[in-house]
Structures are given as C-alpha cells and as structure tokens.
Design a protein around this ligand. Structure first.
Ligand SMILES: [Zn+2]
Length: 315
C-alpha cells in the first residue's frame, strides 16, 4: 500500500503532495542529472502493460515478466476517509485474474502488502514463473498455499542473467506516512500460519528492480520511497514511479538525481484500487503533483500516462 492510505482525505492528500513538491527547495536538479542515451534502439519490441496498482506485465524477446501482479482488487477502503480496516479478509479470485494473466517467466515482488502479494501464489502456480522476493515475501507466499518451489530468495544486491533479459535487485525502503511504516514486520524462518487479513500481509522488507530486456532498462519501486545510495548511478531508460512520497525527503528530485533523466517516466500505483480494473483508472489524488515534480526534476523525460490495461511499447 502507499503512504497515501494513511492520509484521511483526498483533498488533503493532494494538497500535501503538492506542498512536498514545492517545499523541496532543491534547485537545478536537472542540470546535475545525467541524461540517458538520447534515443533508444530496442533490439526487440519491449512492451509494458499496466494491470492497475503496481501490477505490470513486461514483454520482450518472447519473455514475460510480471511485477506485483494483483488483479483481484477486493474492496479495502484504502482511499476512503477512514482508510483500510486491518481486519478485512484477503481473497484471490481466479475469475478476475485469468483474463489478464497468461504465461510468465518471472514474478518480481517489491513487498508483502495486500495490494502487491495476495495474487502471487495463484499466479505463480498457474504460470510456473520463478518468483523473486525476500525471505518474508516467500514465506507468506508459501503460507498462502502456493505449491510452486520456484522461489528465489533475495536480499538486494543480486543480478540474474536469463536468456534475453537480466534482473537486478536492490534493497529499498517503504514509504511511511507520518513516519510510520504501514503493516510493518518480517516473517523469517518457517512460513507463518495462513494469512487471512490485510494486516497479516506485512511489508517484509522492500525491494526495487532494474530489468534489462531487449536493451531497455526499466526501474520499478513498490512504493514512494527508495534508498538513494543503493541505486546511485543507475541509468534506466524507463522509470515507473508512484505518487505520494510526502514522507520521503525530496522524494522526486533526489530520485532523479540518483538515476539521471530517463527517456520515459510512467506513473504507477496512482489508481484507487477499490474501483474496477475494467474501467478507467480513478486518480486517488496524487497524479498532478507527481507530474509537476517530474517535469521540474527531469524536464527532458517524456511523461507517459497509460490507463488500466493499456500498453506502451518502448521506441
Ligand atoms: Zn505497501
């Protein structure tokens, strides 16, 4: 979940996000940043499809990589004034997943929260994809009943070469509204008892990923935070970035200072996921402030907003 879930009103949320952007006070970030290659010549069509929230399908070179696939979108109240109740029961419904998930080679888990992890066991078993996650993420996936043994435990710092693509893993940090991590905790050792509620799916450490496929470098974070020193000097062509970040110091400028100015910036995790995936995404209130902040921090990047289930092919 995003730190936005802990703010009570969308109007307050939008205002505070804009305030954070204006208050960063970091001038001339763009001139300090390094621009990626001016034009891409992908070796193959590389296409990103947005499946809502931070769920992405990345295809290229005959391979498919999923990030945080969550299609069930059971009602949570996350973006209501009251926020999500911790005792809401989680569910994973194949009828809502199967229309959108076919084959997959890899599933990347950024963290353990309900809007990221809940459908991973079913999708892992359905596709036979290798799942990458922390010890806690993999333990919760097992506890949810996954039968697959294709589970790759990482800590951050790993790099994996596969046929046609590489996956690099980085230690990351979750956003923390009010300075407090939502649903914190880890699940080391043996798998816990079966998670039943959204509070049972703890963050379990956060990871960021750099995927290189067809010569295109794509960076994703699961929430509006990162560890700058872990990603310093990476030069992705595409950054998937989510709104919010009001609890992260100079959230957007510092990120682009670390990563340079990518060719494309695509917003993610900006939809109210209590609304259906089959309809146009409903902005929970952070999108405009994010776009403005990106324009200031990385003016040469192209802002590519796509809607639910739409695709963007990197050129
Ligand atoms: Zn989260």
């Amino acid at each position: 979940m995003s730190d936005s879930a802990f703010l009570t009103r969308r109007r307050m949320l939008a205002a505070s996000a804009a305030g954070a952007v204006a208050a960063t006070g970091v001038p001339a970030v763009a001139s300090a940043a390094v621009h990626a290659e001016p034009s891409l010549s992908p070796e193959t069509d590389v296409t990103l499809r947005w499946l809502g929230n931070n769920s992405w399908e990345i295809t290229g070179a005959g391979k498919t990589i999923l990030i945080d696939p969550w299609l069930t979108r059971f009602w949570t109240g996350t973006y209501t004034p009251e926020g999500a109740s911790p005792d809401i029961e989680i569910e994973s419904d194949p009828r809502l997943i199967d229309p959108y998930i076919g084959t997959a080679d890899h599933i990347l888990v950024t963290h353990g929260h309900y809007d990221h992890l809940t459908d991973v066991p079913y999708i892992a078993d359905k596709t036979g994809a290798m799942v990458i996650g922390s010890e806690s993420h993999l333990n919760m996936i097992k506890a949810l009943g996954a039968r697959t043994d294709k589970l790759s435990l990482v800590r951050g710092g790993e790099a994996f070469q596969h046929e046609g693509y590489t996956i690099e893993v980085f230690r990351s940090s979750h956003s923390a509204g009010g300075g407090k991590l939502p649903f914190p905790g880890t699940r080391p050792g043996k798998p816990p008892k079966r998670p039943k509620t959204i509070a049972d799916l703890v963050e379990g450490d956060s990871l960021a990923y750099l995927i290189t496929i067809g010569g295109v470098r794509i960076m994703n974070f699961g929430s509006s935070n990162y560890i700058a020193r872990e990603i310093e000097g990476l030069r992705p062509d595409v950054i998937l970035i989510q709104p919010g970040g009001t609890s992260t110091p100079s959230y957007v400028p510092r990120l682009f200072k670390a990563l340079g100015e990518p060719r494309y910036v695509i917003p993610t995790h900006w939809d109210d996921f209590d609304e259906p995936l089959t309809e146009e995404a409903v902005d929970w209130g952070g999108l405009a402030a994010l776009q403005e902040a990106v324009a200031q921090a990385s003016p040469r990047s192209e802002w590519v907003k796509i809607d639910h289930l739409e695709r963007f092919t990197v050129r």
